[in-house]
Structure formats: C-alpha cells, structure tokens
Design a protein around this ligand. Structure first.
Ligand code: PEP
Ligand code: MN
Length: 276
C-alpha cells in the first residue's frame, strides 16, 4: 500500500501547536503533565482492588485501570468478574478519588462499561474490530485505543480515524508492544512509535510497558524511557502482591515498586520540562 500522510484526515497534526488536550473531570491528558494510570490486570476482589487503588493514588496515579472483561488467550483462563468487576472498580476508584479506565471487549457490554467507567479502553485484540470502533465513536467518553498485536502505525491511525469519524475526537493512542521475532520478551515495545505518532497526529500518546515487554523487572526502565521519549502517560500493571495476581503476574509490579518508580520518574519528567 502506498502510505501517505494525506490519508489521515482527522488524526493528522495540522501544525506544531496542534495538540488534543483531553479533560476528564479535571484530569488533563495530553497537556504538560504526564498521566500515570495504574492498577491490576484484572479486577479480582473488593479488598485487593481497594488496596491497590489506595496505594497507587498515594504514589501519584490519577487513573485506576483494571479489567472486568478480560481477553484471554485460553478460554480456560479467568475471564474477569464482568459486571461485578465494574462495580468493584468504580467503588475503589471513587473512594480514592481516581478515574476509571476499563476495557470494552464486546459491544454487547457497552452500556455497562459506559456506566461504570470514565475512559473506555479498546484492547489490542480489538484494534481493528470496526463495529466496536464505530460504537465507541458515538460516545461522549474518551477512548484509549491500544495498538494491535501486529498493527502497523498506518493501521493504528486508521483505527483511530474510525472512532473519530463516528464523532468521538477524544482518542488516546497507546503503544503496548508489537509481536516480533524476539521470544524473550512478550512483545517488543516500539518506543519509536511515541515520537512518530506525536509527529503525525495531534492525539495524546501513552505507553503500556507492562504488556509491552511482559517482564516486571523491565517495566520501571521502560517507564523511564517512555517518559524521556515524550509519552503523555504511562499505563502500568500494579498489584499489592504480584505473585498472587490472577492474570499477568509476570509483568505486574508491586505497589511498593510503583511508588519508588513514580519518585524516579519525576526528575526525568522535569528534565524535559514536564511533570508527572
Ligand atoms: C489490558 O490492558 O488489560 C490488555 C489486555 O492489554 P492489551 O489489549 O494491550 O493486550
Ligand atoms: Mn494484562
């Protein structure tokens, strides 16, 4: 395919100052401050999500993540608490003054996910699920669109165009690693995607290093790289006790390590004239 930036109509950056800034109940995404989104892979139970929410808030996160509808490779793996998970996530976040982002896996669950979330996540596996993109395009809630497992930048941007064309201009692009020939890491985090997407589009760009590498030991370094490269946010899988996490424990960091990380990210953000 002949790729031309002329093809990008709604996502295209028109000039250097063209930047979409999304205000989600007072939390700004795409501005000078870098947003920290943290929480477990999946909502597991009330006690755990509450403690995680409390501790990530203390560390400086402003948005709580957690899946209630989980896209799992095997149908025998935990599929999420569904509606109950949404309720627990909402309660934990409201009590701790955090926003909620959670994945919409199927258009069938749209009403529930809409009701309990502040930001709707479209996961990597659904990046080219065009019917779901058109549906979230009709909503008045921001959407975090994750890059597909093997999506090119071109495909990623056209997925964003689908949402925007349907009427929703509050799209946040999330680089979360792509599948390469390297099996050591779960995915290869494409750090170059951040400045590239920021040059091509006016949309906020965030990074999810947890799914991006699949290894908790690498997550802090990749968060630092993401902040240094200019990401507008980070999304990190965090748990009070990662070894007990029901899903994605290998890539989940502890709330304690997240607190240390947030402190280490501050000088890096400051060095590029930003805050976190
Ligand atoms: C997630 O963030 O919970 C998730 C499933 O990520 P991805 O869609 O990037 O695999
Ligand atoms: Mn996960």
């Amino acid at each position: 395919m002949n790729i031309s930036t002329e093809d990008y109509i709604l996502t295209k950056k028109q000039n250097d100052n063209h930047q979409t800034i999304i205000d989600v109940n007072g939390t700004i995404i795409g501005g000078n401050n870098i947003v920290a989104i943290a929480g477990p892979c999946a909502v597991e139970n009330n006690d755990t999500i509450y403690k995680i929410a409390e501790q990530v808030k203390q560390a400086g996160a402003t948005i709580l993540r957690g899946g209630a509808f989980k896209p799992r490779t095997s149908p025998y793996q935990f599929q999420g608490l569904k509606l109950e998970g949404l309720r627990l996530l909402r309660d934990a976040s409201t009590s701790n003054n955090l926003l909620v982002v959670t994945e919409l896996l199927d258009v069938y669950d749209l009403e529930d996910v809409y009701e309990y979330s502040d930001i709707i996540q479209i996961g990597a596996r659904n990046m080219q699920n065009f019917p779901i993109l058109k549906e979230v395009g009709k909503l008045n809630k921001p959407v975090i669109l994750k890059r597909g497992l093997s999506a090119t930048i071109h495909e990623f941007l056209f997925a964003a165009e689908y949402i925007m064309q349907a009427g929703n201009s509050n799209v946040i692009l999330c680089e979360r690693g792509i599948r390469t020939f390297e099996p050591f890491t779960r995915n290869t985090l494409d750090i170059s995607a951040v400045p590239l997407l920021q040059q091509l589009t006016h949309l906020p760009v965030i990074v999810d290093p947890s799914h991006g590498c699949g290894l908790s030991e690498l997550v802090p370094s990749l968060c630092k790289a993401s902040v240094a490269v200019g990401s507008d946010g980070i999304m990190v899988e965090v748990h009070t006790n990662p070894s007990d996490a029901i899903s994605d424990k290998e890539q989940t960091i502890s709330t304690k390590d997240f607190t240390t990380l947030m402190n280490e990210l501050k000088p890096i953000a400051n060095a590029i004239g930003r805050t976190i």
